[in-house]
Design a protein around this ligand. Structure first.
Ligand code: BGC
Length: 844
């Protein structure tokens, strides 16, 4: 690659030690500055749910724009909208003084159980790739570099630091690499983040074939490669494979280890130049070389237009899975609405882990619904059941007075404010360090009398008092380590406390950082008095309502980085709740506040189902917009919802076995599998109803025959007409189905799509481009094949002649007829047109 003279001069000026410094972070979220030659510290931020800044959620009060999760964005099938969302997130990253955005995530929805599905767009590589590229274009237009992640094969969280994803060459090329290829070739991403896992053996961070041969060699990627956090193993292997920046600082395999390798002569100093050049080149391209040496303080900039964008995107992502006609609701015809379900009062708007953040704002569903329906409509809310595995934090303001040292000694040296009773500190406290103690206080007024439950999870040691009485003492009786707080917390300890409604209680937490590392602090959890039969209460409310809206789902605990789900069923007693409410009210509308498929055996018993996703900070308003018809439910499923978990393609090969994740279904991911196996689905890939009706006319093709050596591809055109009475959207989906193929192929594959918005009676022509790759598959070939055949030619005179044997790997298109299928879901493809691919080298 050629870098600017400025970068080349910097490389000449840098000492060996400075080059080594540059190749590893300086701390959790920054690269190393080299002030002597004017190279600033470059800050990074997660991604992809927004730009959180240099902390962890719960460990900061800084707020950020929280956009809909990637699964929701995938469901919009609207690349222009995703690009706008990407731009907003990139702009937010700049408000956090970050120049590198650790997003988007373009791994594939391989299993409905994968913990990070919410962060990824789709089960389909084309949709994932186009969505990811759009996000990248938007984000990078605001002066940040994106690091598309996690390269590659990171489709499970279980044992993610060690597993090897065992993926055959065709599945790798045709499915899992494709979104990254789009990110490079169409998104022009400036960064790539390697995955924690290994891929067919070697760690992704030191995978020469992936990083040097495919990414840089074949795709021409000229940006930098960054490791996932702590995901590095060997100094020389990583350097030679092409890992440019080890994160976080100060480096396990680079830093001091790289110095040692240089001293020992295992690495030559000249080998440092290429990664340093790639880093500095990107820094220069995003303007970072002209930034101040130390990043500015973080800001929280809550913009009206961003709130509007996030609301639009959330509404547009919602998928109307079924509808008897109850939706859209007619506010004028309603007197009583029952709102039921554990997520109704506090929607889950993002998944858990590094993608989570403190939103600038939250629109709450109950309030939004009340405001939209007006005072004439009574809204009765009953949770019905509880899905929290540990008690959630109280949503109260708390303030901590922080002392240096672990004994609360002397005067407090600083203070910190929190918006909930989760009080976390990530890394050292400014001007104090890692040994500190705090006293935090806040007040709480219950609205019910009875026995309330408080719980404590600690990373360190803490005690909790209510009105001066110690109720939980993790200092005197510390619980053993547990899975909470990113695996750095204790098990939950609980206490039952009798409290009176309306009385204000003073809560105090005394905390010391003794016995803690990296993440410090506490989560004080709370559960209200238990209703003896909450489902019966919900059913009674539903029975007397005109409509029952049941908001069921998961939350950031169930769908999170760090672990996978073990069941596709809705957690807790939610299925029972839906069944019983539906039996009591024929107008039961179920809203799925989930990012991955769930089992829905009650589908036919309810009047309507809306897949609402984790819709970001404006989800409450957006959901009301869709339910009352102020917005069109314009989403389409980016991932198949199977009838049962046993039907999904990864079943039996998920998550791990003896340190390996076997991708046994190979190419048959998602709808490719259900098609090939003729399996029924609950809702097919691409499915989504509308409040209007559209027709898609018979398509035409720009040419009925294609010579792959001469033609760049074909254009498919189809007229779409809104035949209904409302403005609405249609997503025209185009699948390519080969009639014959030398190697086994999925029955059909999505290769193009377009979303259109139409007024009643309006028509438009959509154009879908199918390049040669839309017809191609990856043929690994077999170099040893001719030799094997030659050895056995005596017993098999009909063996193929040597010239017919494919010995090298590459993209191939077999001549023959391809069906081009056009329609509105993978199972609703009413239109078909044929294209014939001619053999570019016909026999003489
Ligand atoms: C995640 C990455 C994330 C990084 C920094 C890792 O655990 O896998 O996606 O960007 O942490 O938070």
């Amino acid at each position: 690659m050629s870098a600017s003279e400025r970068v080349e001069q910097l490389i000449r000026d840098l000492t060996r030690a400075e080059k080594v410094l540059l190749l590893a972070g300086s701390d959790m979220w920054s690269s190393h500055p080299v002030p002597r030659v004017g190279i600033p510290r470059v800050k990074v931020t997660d991604g992809p749910g927004g730009a959180r800044g240099g902390s962890m959620p719960g460990a900061t009060t800084t707020t950020s724009l929280n956009v809909p999760c990637a699964a929701a964005l995938g469901a919009t099938w609207n690349t222009e909208l995703i690009e706008r969302v990407g731009r907003a997130v990139g702009t937010e990253a700049r408000t956090k003084s970050a120049r590198v955005l650790l997003a988007p995530t373009v791994n594939i929805h391989r299993s409905p159980l994968s913990g990070r599905n919410f962060e990824c767009y789709s089960e389909d590589p084309n949709l994932s790739g186009r969505a990811g590229a759009a996000f990248i274009r938007g984000a990078q237009s605001s002066g940040v570099a994106t690091t598309v992640k996690h390269f590659v094969g990171n489709e499970a969280e279980t044992e993610r630091y060690t597993t090897s994803s065992v993926i055959d060459e065709r599945a790798l090329r045709e499915i899992y690499l494709v979104p990254f290829e789009f990110a490079v070739t169409e998104g022009e991403t400036l960064g790539v983040m390697t995955a924690y896992n290994r891929m067919n053996g070697p760690w992704c961070a030191e995978h020469r074939e992936l990083l040097s041969e495919i990414l840089r060699g074949e795709w021409g990627f000229d940006g930098f490669v960054i490791s996932d956090w702590f995901a590095c193993a060997h100094t020389e292997d990583a350097l030679r494979a092409g890992l440019d920046l080890e994160m976080p600082g100060t480096g396990r395999i680079y830093g001091a280890a790289l110095e040692r390798a240089l001293d020992a002569g295992d690495v030559a100093e000249s080998e440092l130049d290429a990664p340093v050049r790639r880093l500095l080149d990107v820094f220069e391209r995003i303007g970072a070389l002209d930034d101040p040496i130390e990043p500015e303080p973080e800001q929280a900039v809550d913009r009206v237009e961003d709130r509007a964008l996030v609301r639009e995107a959330a509404a547009e992502s919602m998928v109307l899975l079924s509808n008897s006609g109850v939706l859209p609701l007619d506010p004028g015809a309603l007197r009583t609405v029952a709102v039921v379900g554990p997520n109704a009062a506090f929607l889950n708007v993002n998944g858990g882990g590094s993608a989570s953040l403190n939103p600038h704002h939250r629109s709450e569903f109950l309030e939004s619904l009340g405001a939209r329906l007006g005072t004439g409509v009574e809204i009765v809310h009953v949770a019905g059941c509880d899905i929290d595995t540990v008690a959630p934090a109280l949503r109260i303001a708390m303030r901590a007075e922080i002392h240096a040292g672990t004994e609360w000694a002397g005067d407090a040296r600083s203070t910190a404010s929190f918006r909930s009773s989760e009080l976390l500190f990530f890394g050292p406290v400014d001007d104090i360090g890692e040994e500190f103690s705090f006293r935090a206080s806040g007040s709480f007024t219950p609205d019910r009398s009875g026995v309330h439950t408080f719980s404590l999870v600690q990373a360190g040691r803490a005690r909790v008092s209510i009105d001066g009485d110690v109720v939980l003492d993790g200092i005197a009786s510390p619980p053993p380590p547990g899975p909470e707080l990113y695996g750095l917390g204790s098990r939950e300890m609980t206490a039952s406390v009798e409290l009176d409604a309306g009385h204000t209680y003073e809560l105090q937490i005394d905390y010391t950082s003794l016995f803690s590392a990296v993440l410090r602090g506490v989560k004080l959890g709370y559960r209200p008095p238990v209703d003896t039969d909450p489902i019966a209460t919900a059913v009674a409310a539903a029975a007397r309502a005109d409509v029952a809206i049941v908001v069921v789902g998961t939350n950031a605990h169930w769908e999170s980085e760090g672990h996978d789900r073990t069941s596709m069923d809705l957690p807790g007693e939610q299925d029972e709740l839906v069944q019983q409410v539906a039996a009591a009210n024929a107008n039961t509308v179920v809203v799925l506040n989930t990012a991955s498929p769930v089992t829905m055996d009650w589908t036919d018993s309810v009047a309507a189902i809306v897949q609402g996703w984790f819709g970001g900070q404006e989800m409450g308003d957006a959901l009301v917009d869709v339910l009352v018809g102020d917005a069109e439910p314009a989403g389409r499923l980016p991932t198949t919802i199977p009838l049962r978990v046993e039907h999904n393609p990864s079943f039996g090969n998920f998550p791990t076995e003896n340190g390996e994740v076997r991708y046994g279904e190979s190419l048959l991911v998602g709808y490719r599998w259900y098609d090939a196996r003729a399996l029924p689905t609950r809702f097919p890939f691409g499915h989504g109803l509308s409040y209007t009706t559209c027709t898609i006319d018979a398509p035409s093709v720009s040419q009925a025959t294609l010579r792959t050596d001469a033609d760049a591809g074909i254009t498919v055109e189809a007229t779409v007409t809104n035949t209904g009475a409302r403005r609405g959207a249609e997503v025209v989906q185009c699948y390519v189905a080969p009639r014959v193929s030398a190697l086994a192929r999925p029955p059909k594959e999505l290769k193009a799509f377009a979303k259109v918005w139409l007024d009643p009676g309006e028509s438009t022509v959509v154009r879908l481009e199918l390049g040669p790759r839309a017809f191609a598959y990856w043929d690994p070939g077999n170099a040893g094949w001719p030799e094997l055949v030659a050895m056995q030619r005596d017993c098999n005179p009909f063996a193929p002649p040597p010239e017919a044997m494919r010995t090298t790997a590459g993209w191939r298109i077999d001549p023959g007829v391809f069906d081009i299928l056009v329609g509105r879901s993978s199972a609703d493809l009413a239109q078909r047109v044929e294209v014939t691919v001619e053999d570019p080298t016909p026999a003489p």
